[in-house]
Ligand binder design. Structure first.
Ligand code: ATP
Ligand code: MG
Length: 234
């Protein structure tokens, strides 16, 4: 279980997260909400880029906020960003291997296994500069899968993808837990992707939790619909 409790973040006068709590127990959970709702900020708190003024983030008895960001990575935390982080001067495989602490020779079989999972095994030794947009996204995901991750967070993995690629991405997100054992958190604006892959979903609006629970129930909640229409809370 991944446990977020009473997390509050302020940027000057902006309350980006207002005492947000959620206990994520599902293999894949979603975080949704309008632009500026605080979704990325929550991932930034979990990964250590942003320090909350209050709150706790814990998994398997480990208080993550007590660990420096690089130690969170070593513990098993992974994330992707809204824009892919691919080094074009490296091969596809080496992009994945830079995530691993140990010698590259040792990590290669694991990197190839994860590249196979995302469908890029045949491209492992090509320059990453040759990848198209979707393939870059897949390579970015493969980077999150090596080194025995415990918690993997994806920030808008479906952003800008056409329908067919979004469907493939959905298959992949569903396969990650079975392959790695990691819990997965997904932020996305594509509600149909979230409905398909996320057992539970947290909805943020103006930094507040407005709903959390089974995805279908959450998506039919009038408060959630109102937030998406940009109207006042009902
Ligand atoms: N480093 C920062 N400094 C100041 N304000 C910030 C910072 N990061 C985020 N904010 C503000 O905090 C609020 C939440 O932003 P956040 O990026 O978490 O939203 P989001 O839900 O990820 O939105 P989007 O869907 O557009 O990615 C916004 O008002 C944003 O302007
Ligand atoms: Mg964001």
């Amino acid at each position: 279980m991944f446990d977020v409790s009473d997390v509050t973040v302020r940027f000057g006068g902006v309350v980006a997260l207002d005492s947000v709590s959620a206990q994520f127990t599902a293999p894949v959970s979603g975080i949704i909400g309008p632009n500026g709702a605080g979704k990325t900020t929550l991932m930034n708190v979990i990964s250590g880029f942003v320090r909350p003024v209050a709150g706790r983030v814990a998994m398997e008895g480990q208080d993550l906020l007590r660990l420096a960001p690089h130690r969170r990575a070593r513990w098993g935390l992974r994330r992707s960003f809204q824009k892919e982080e691919i080094a074009e001067d490296l091969t596809v495989c080496d992009n994945v291997l830079v995530q691993l602490d140990h010698a590259r020779g040792q990590g290669r079989p694991e990197a190839l296994r994860m590249l196979d999972l995302v469908g890029l095994a045949g491209r492992a030794d090509e320059s990453a500069a040759r990848l198209n947009t979707f393939e870059r996204r897949l390579a970015d995901i493969a980077k999150c899968l090596v080194g025995q991750p415990k918690l993997i967070m994806f920030d808008e993995p479906g952003g800008g993808l056409p329908m067919e690629e979004t469907a493939l991405l959905g298959d992949l997100l569903l396969a990650i837990h079975a392959e790695t054992g990691a819990q997965v958190l997904v932020i996305d604006h594509d509600v149909e992707l979230i409905r398909r892959v996320c057992t539970d979903t947290l909805v943020l609006d103006f930094g507040r939790r407005i709903a959390f629970g089974p995805t279908d129930a959450v998506l039919s909640d009038p408060k959630v619909k109102a937030a998406y229409l940009g109207t006042e809370e009902v």
